[in-house]
Write a protein that binds this ligand. Structure first.
Ligand code: AMP
Ligand code: GLY
Length: 421
């Protein structure tokens, strides 16, 4: 089966590695645009812009693509799935309309209300007075969310009333949601959806804050681990029954079937499971650990989801081994951007046993004409390690990341620390 993966991050690199590990032939895989690391594992098409529906469709037809897998949200929001589907190509990724489940937090809240899905109380606000009212109603800590895609910078959780108001002012033109603060552990649980049926993958936990002990600003995610040994028995079944299935049923009822990955961002509160967000795509960096543990054919699963065949399909298998990923970020991330800089030590890290998924890297030439890898963004690499327990997986991940040199870079030292003994 000829497969096109759209995207250029560590998530897409993890998808590529999982496809190759579970039976896809390298010659059957094209990634657009990809990055310098993905290019080591698969054929890449750096000049194809994944956000242009007509260009992507033309390319897919010319190359006999039988399954398109869409990594990031931008192509979904741009309608790339719709364009590919209109030409009869199987697509793992929701339509533009269904991707609103991620793109519009108020739409997601409406769907959850109609489907009876447990979520925090929230109020849509049009003015700063309404924001202040809602903040008084829910109390501190204040949770203020921009009601649209804001590149991971749309949410603030703070006790500082002035900072909350300032955040609301900044995003007022795209709409504001003030939400009740939910206390508890966060869980990311992904479901494959074919429009009707949902199939769970395995739970993971993401580390959203920039620094150790959950300090510092929110980021796209600084690390993750899977599975979550502290989850109660029956957790996955409960989320499937109470969250994922009713959501996909409600979307079908609205005439906008959800085909692709339903990312359930959850908080396990004292009063039960609550949804804090849906995404319409694989999470980054959770994918790096979830798919690292998958042993079933990834292309088989995604093709079944893309073609309405999940009902009765065998459930995905995961190894009992645990996986952790630690993200190497460039200087100043997420507040400021650093200049592109050379990275070295990857081969030594891989010798220490880790797998490296590239997020923001490019190939360059140094002053002496030698090949050099350079960083090109905030989250640069995800270092992934597995093991029979979290202590050994952590030891390996950190032994690997310590071998990598990138001036000014930083990473969290406490990923999966609480589950390692
Ligand atoms: P979101 O983009 O909605 O996932 O929010 C980003 C992060 O903010 C989440 O991963 C949580 O850590 C935090 N967060 C969002 N909503 C809430 C909430 N209602 N209560 C507590 N923390 C939240
Ligand atoms: N790791 C959070 C996300 O992918 O949205």
């Amino acid at each position: 089966m000829k497969i096109l993966v759209l995207g250029a991050g560590a998530r897409e690199h993890a998808i590529v590695k999982a496809l190759l590990r579970t039976g896809t032939a390298k010659d059957d895989l094209i990634v657009a645009p990809g990055n310098a690391g993905i290019a080591l594992d698969a054929h890449t098409e750096p000049s194809l812009n994944p956000n242009l529906p007509l260009d992507v469709t033309k390319f897919a037809l010319e190359h006999g693509i039988e399954l398109a897998i869409i990594g990031p949200e931008a192509p979904l929001v741009a309608g790339v799935s719709d364009a590919l589907r209109s030409e009869g190509i199987a697509v793992f990724g929701p339509s533009q309309a269904a991707a609103q489940l991620e793109g519009s937090k108020s739409f997601a809240k409406e769907v959850m209300a109609a489907a009876g899905v447990p979520t925090g109380m929230a109020r849509e606000c049009k003015t700063i007075e309404e924001v202040a009212d809602a903040m008084d109603e829910f109390g501190a800590p204040y949770v203020i969310k921009a009601d649209g895609l804001a590149a991971g910078k749309g949410v603030i959780v703070t006790n500082d009333r002035d900072a909350a108001i300032a955040h609301a002012e900044k995003f007022m033109d795209i709409g504001i949601l003030v939400e009740e603060f939910l206390a508890g552990q966060e869980v990311s649980l992904f479901f494959l959806a074919d429009g009707k049926t949902v199939v769970p993958l395995t739970p993971a936990q993401d580390f959203k804050r920039a620094y150790d002990n959950d300090e510092g600003p929110n980021t796209g995610g600084m690390g993750a681990y899977s599975p979550l040994p502290w989850l109660p028995e029956g957790f996955v079944e409960e989320v499937q029954r109470e969250v994922a299935q009713p959501t996909v049923d409600e979307m079908a009822k609205l005439g906008i079937p959800f085909v692709g990955l339903l990312y359930c961002g959850l908080i396990v509160t004292e009063r039960g499971i609550r949804v804090i967000e849906f995404n319409a795509r694989f999470g980054d960096p959770e994918t790096q650990v979830v798919l690292r543990r998958l042993t079933s054919s990834l292309s088989g699963l995604l093709y079944k989801a893309a073609t309405g065949q999940l009902n009765g399909a065998s459930t995905p298998d995961f190894t009992k081994d645990v996986a952790i990923t630690v993200v190497l970020a460039s200087e100043g991330y997420p507040d400021t951007s650093a200049p592109n800089r050379p990275i070295s030590g990857l081969a030594e890290a891989e010798e220490a046993g880790v797998e490296i998924c590239h997020a923001a890297t490019a190939a360059g030439i140094d002053d002496t004409g030698e090949y050099v890898l350079i960083s090109t963004g905030g989250r640069v690499l995800s270092v992934v390690a597995t093991g029979t327990d979290f202590s050994s997986a952590r030891a390996q991940a950190y032994a690997g990341i310590e071998k990598i040199q990138l001036e000014g870079s930083h990473y969290r030292k406490d990923i999966a620390a609480r589950v390692a003994n």
